[in-house]
Write a protein of this length. Structure first.
Length: 271
């Protein structure tokens, strides 16, 4: 009986093991809603969905500290990275998915009890700022050296954007800077907290989050876009993105693509 059971299990597992493995690199730092933890987040959900709709590739998510993620990419170890922008990997040969998964905007936030209107964000040099360590911000001339920034601003650093939001809600700073995606996720998961925040109309930074594919990737960008288009047509993308409060990206193959002319040009980032 055990022999027959073993043979059966071998047969049903063959489609999985015959697939070509594609390693998907993700940062292990919490960046809701893209990466919440090792088992939750939009990036992980899409990885599972990509595996469900085809039998040729096995997408495997691998989480790394952000510095190690970059070293893995530079060492040509990883195949692709998810929800990243080309400008975060300067000088590396890569291809990107045509479909922009999310147009990300970094915005300033403050408690409504402190900030009565948008003029509160006109000058931030006199206010205590909460930001994410290692990030590049236009208001700081894209310099991410913490000691230099502390010499120029009254600024405190956190490990991720969720901590920035919580710090503002708890009154630990006057102004925070966080992504539109994290704010959208907060609106879904904690609308009471979301309604306490004044969000700036001013955009500090603008990024296009996509899949980036490197030279050793066993899947090419055209094939990945075909799979994303299939998820889009089936309604799976709409279900996954709405779960986190985000708009559904138009990944149809004939959809107009967002302009990437701002890439590498800080003057075209933000307003």
């Amino acid at each position: 009986m055990n022999k027959y059971l073993a043979s059966f299990l071998l047969l049903v597992s063959l489609p999985i093991y015959s697939r070509v493995m594609v390693e998907v690199g993700l940062p292990d730092t919490q960046q809701p809603p893209f990466f919440i933890d090792a088992s939750q987040g939009l990036a992980l959900d899409i990885t599972h969905a990509l595996n469900d709709i085809q039998q040729d590739y096995l997408f495997v998510s691998k989480l790394y500290p952000i510095k190690r993620l970059h070293s893995k990419v530079q060492g040509k170890i990883l195949h692709i990275v998810a929800f990243q922008d080309e400008i975060w990997f300067p000088g590396l040969p890569l291809r990107s998915s045509a479909c922009v998964l999310y147009e990300s905007k970094e915005r300033f936030i403050a408690l409504k009890t402190k900030a009565k209107d948008q003029t509160f964000f006109d000058s931030i040099t006199t206010k205590k700022i909460l930001a994410v360590a290692g990030f590049h911000y236009n208001f700081a001339n894209n310099i991410n050296d913490e000691e230099w920034l502390k010499g120029q601003f009254d600024i405190a650093f956190s490990s991720n954007q969720y901590v920035v939001i919580q710090g503002i809600l708890r009154g630990r700073g006057d102004i925070g800077i966080t992504s539109s995606a994290s704010l959208a996720y907060l609106a879904v998961t904690n609308p009471q907290a979301y309604n306490k925040l004044l969000i700036s109309e001013r955009v500090d930074r603008h990024n296009q989050r996509r899949y980036l594919l490197f030279q050793n990737s066993p899947i090419d960008s055209d094939k990945l876009d075909q799979l994303l288009a299939k998820l889009y047509r089936s309604g799976v993308l709409a279900t996954l993105f709405s779960k986190y409060g985000l708009p559904t990206p138009n990944c149809a193959l004939d959809a107009p693509r967002a302009s990437s002319d701002y890439l590498g040009n800080p003057l075209k980032q933000g307003t």
